[in-house]
Design a protein around this ligand. Structure first.
Ligand code: HDE
Length: 720
């Protein structure tokens, strides 16, 4: 049926025309089916072969008689099984584990004075996007909760072509030069002799590599912080990492760093929780994203720009081309220029999430590169990997297709879909009137900035890249006490998994002591590795391939408040509460609690010893959401104990374990006054984050505590 066209006045302007495969993204009066990408398919009724022949039976193979051998002639079985045998494409070399969503980017202002970039040309301008989040080290089936960097790759389908902003949830990287990337990845991936461990950096080869690569020090602080174990994909920041350039129509340019600021604020898990989630629900992040979008709780981020004028390039005590450095927000403020909303789940994981192909080289007029040697290497690597993984026509797949017209003389190759007409596939030509033509005069055509370069060819690293520790120290200085504890705990966990004594000592005495003596002391206490700075020269092991420059001791006082996650959440929408019920609970109170929490977007689940219906003493029933054995505390953000259940929960090992774990992981625990006796059984050492209230006030009190997310300063329960 034809869709009704909205009046032009209410219609947002769009920089693209429609989300790929999504006829609803932009309303038009064309029938839906005509807008679907050619191979997008709704489930049909009649089963056919790939040639469109109706199939009588595809569950039984063709045999010479009911107990006879299968016949080679069985074209139906052979087509089905052969296709199955070829179902996989190679998983990504890195970032194999990922999940994605469609959405829209809406611009806040006309930024044409800064850049020609199509999505930034006007207030209200909308551009369709597809975003893939990922972990780096693990295989495609690995856990979402690995301690790892998260990929944050955004594909903008703009009116000027596809722009990929292929970033991470951390603003810096382990290495300064792309040529080290295969070494880094070989070191962090499972060790090659036994393929152990999966999706984890806690092993000898990784720490061996970073102990000899002091430029990793700053990034190590980020991956050992709770940023590496986010609560959800919607509660992490994103960064373009490298310094790019913005170029306006007059050819004027400035440097830029891209940021994504989550409107839900930042929140993470704690390490033990992350490890348990990895076992209980390894799909925790992808499930959370999928379910949030399905229920209309759309994740949102604001795009931020940090702008640096050309004249200020050398006014920093680090090099803007060095991807192991940030520009602190306090030094160059972030201007928020638009909002990205993820509002539609992919229809098909393989066709969209798996086949999407990002490339740092996919930029549009208005954006240009810098000489960051990491970025320069990526410009080569991404196109190469897409050719290998998806093939030379990867750009034709629906998820990768530009919404701006594509026309050039490239032809053929595996799985070509475009049926190019005519006999001209070359330039110059006269037979096609010179088409497709170049656009030498067009202001909006892509042209690289004509920047001057001079100097002798070299493999030397710029001396301006030599300070590897100041910003690592700054990160440490910027953390709250509990964040420091978590970082020291993470280093200790990792180093306690490292067997080689030489590696352990080198991390301690050539990396950690140079970041901060307090960090070294805390890790020493948990690992037994002696702090021995006397024996440690300022420069690391002479064999290190990239020695650092002198340690800048004046970094001792650097700090950036923006780096800490110790801030209350702006919203608790999407947080999950487990309500523990048992004999003595009242159905009416439970329903009221669930409704009160839902009013603020908090999801509450009723957990009982068994699934099905719970019947209270008055015979009223309420549906149980999960049976206790399937409801570990780690998949919830808080626990709630309603009235009347103190006795039954005190007798339930499962309930007591749930509460003890929730307590240990710093989660809010809300207890109805009538059940407060249960806390005597729990015997928690601290009341921090434990709220006791009448049922009518319980939800409101809990929501207040949820905004703080975790209460990390609790001591361990006495009984442990
Ligand atoms: Fe990547 N990276 N990378 N990377 N990267 C890939 O491309 C590479 C780096 C990032 O969801 C690969 O399609 C090199 C930094 C993301 O599909 C590959 C270097 C940052 C994704 C590749 C880096 C990233 C990738 C593997 C060192 C943050 C996943 C599969 C110079 C700014 C995109 C693929 C997705 C994926 C190469 C370093 C982010 C092999 C050589 C720094 C988010 O091309």
């Amino acid at each position: 049926m034809a869709k009704t066209k909205k009046p032009a006045a209410d219609k947002p302007r769009t920089s693209g025309q429609a989300t790929p495969q999504d006829p609803d993204a932009v309303e038009t009066d064309t029938p839906k089916t005509e807008q679907l990408a050619p191979f997008s398919q709704a489930p049909g009724e009649r089963l056919t072969t790939n040639q469109g022949v109706a199939v009588s039976d595809d569950q039984s193979s063709l045999k010479s008689h009911p107990r006879g051998p299968t016949l080679l002639e069985d074209i139906l079985m052979r087509e089905k099984i052969t296709h199955f045998d070829h179902e996989r494409i190679p998983e990504r070399v890195v970032h194999a584990r990922g999940t994605a969503a469609h959405g829209v980017f809406e611009c806040y202002d006309d930024l044409s004075a800064l850049t020609m970039a199509a999505p930034l040309q006007g207030k209200g301008l909308q551009t369709p996007v597809f975003v893939r989040f990922s972990t780096v080290a693990g295989s495609r089936g690995s856990t979402d909760l690995a301690r790892d960097v998260r990929g944050f790759a955004v594909k903008f389908y703009t009116s000027a072509g596809v722009w990929d902003l292929v970033g991470n949830n951390m603003p810096v990287f382990f290495i300064q030069d792309a040529n080290k990337f295969p070494d880094l990845i070989h070191a962090v991936k499972p060790e090659p002799n036994n393929e152990i461990p999966q999706a984890a950096s806690a092993h000898d080869t990784f720490w061996d590599f970073v102990s000899l690569t002091p430029e990793s020090a700053h990034m190590l602080m980020w991956v050992m912080s709770d940023r590496a174990i986010p609560r959800s994909l919607a509660t992490m920041e994103g960064f373009g990492v490298h310094t790019f350039r913005l170029v306006n129509a007059k050819g004027e340019w400035c440097f830029v760093k891209f940021h994504w600021k989550p409107l839900k604020g930042m929140a993470s898990l704690v390490w033990e929780e992350a490890q348990l989630v990895s076992g209980k629900d390894p799909d925790f992040h992808r499930r959370d994203l999928f379910e949030a979008i399905e229920r209309g709780d759309f994740p949102e981020w604001e795009l931020g720009l940090q702008i640096v004028e050309e004249k200020d390039e050398h006014n920093f005590d680090f090099d803007l081309l060095d991807a192991t450095k940030i520009i602190p927000e306090e030094v160059v403020p972030i201007r928020r220029v638009g909002k990205m909303t993820l509002n539609r789940n992919p229809d098909n994981f393989f066709a969209e999430t798996e086949q999407v192909a990002f490339h740092t080289g996919h930029i549009i007029p208005g954006i240009d590169f810098t000489n960051d040697p990491l970025l320069q290497g990526r410009l080569f690597s991404y196109i190469d990997t897409q050719l290998r993984r998806v093939g030379p026509n990867f750009h034709e797949l629906p998820i990768n297709r530009s919404l701006a017209t594509v026309d050039n003389n490239q032809r053929d190759g595996f799985a070509r879909q475009t049926i190019n007409k005519g006999r001209v596939a070359y330039f110059p030509n006269s037979l096609a009137r010179g088409c497709p033509m170049h656009s030498p005069e067009a202001a909006d055509a892509f042209r690289s900035l004509a920047l001057e370069e001079s100097g002798a060819k070299t493999r030397e690293r710029s001396p301006s890249f030599a300070d590897h520790f100041s910003q690592a120290t700054m990160f440490w200085n910027s953390m709250s006490d509990w964040e420091k504890d978590h970082i020291a705990g993470a280093f200790s966990f990792e180093l306690n998994n490292v067997v080689d004594e030489g590696v352990r000592k080198r991390v301690m005495n050539e990396i950690l002591v140079n970041i901060h003596p307090k960090l070294a002391t805390l890790v020493s206490a948990q690992t037994g590795i002696a702090v021995d700075p006397a024996g440690t020269p300022d420069n690391p092991t002479p064999s290190a391939p990239t020695p650092s420059g002198p340690i800048k001791r004046d970094a001792v006082n650097l700090a950036s408040a923006a780096l800490s996650m110790d801030k209350p959440a702006p919203t608790v929408k999407g947080r999950k509460v487990g309500i523990l019920i048992g004999y003595g609970a009242e159905a009416a109170e439970l329903t009221a609690l669930v409704d009160a929490l839902a009013a603020t977007g908090v999801l509450a689940e009723l957990i009982a010893p068994a699934a099905g219906l719970f019947t209270d003493a008055r015979g009223k029933t309420v549906k149980v959401n999960r049976a206790a054995p399937n409801a570990p505390s780690v998949i919830y953000d808080a626990a709630l104990v309603p009235s009347g259940v103190a006795k039954s929960l005190a007798e339930s090992g499962q309930a007591l374990r749930f509460l003890a774990e929730a307590y240990r992981h710093g989660k809010p625990i809300a207890v109805a006054t009538a059940s407060a006796d249960l806390l005597k059984t729990c015997d928690f050492a601290s009341s921090d984050g434990i709220v006791i209230a009448e049922p009518g006030k319980l939800a409101a009190e809990l929501i207040g505590a949820l905004a703080q997310h975790r209460f990390p300063n609790r001591r361990k329960p006495r009984k442990e």
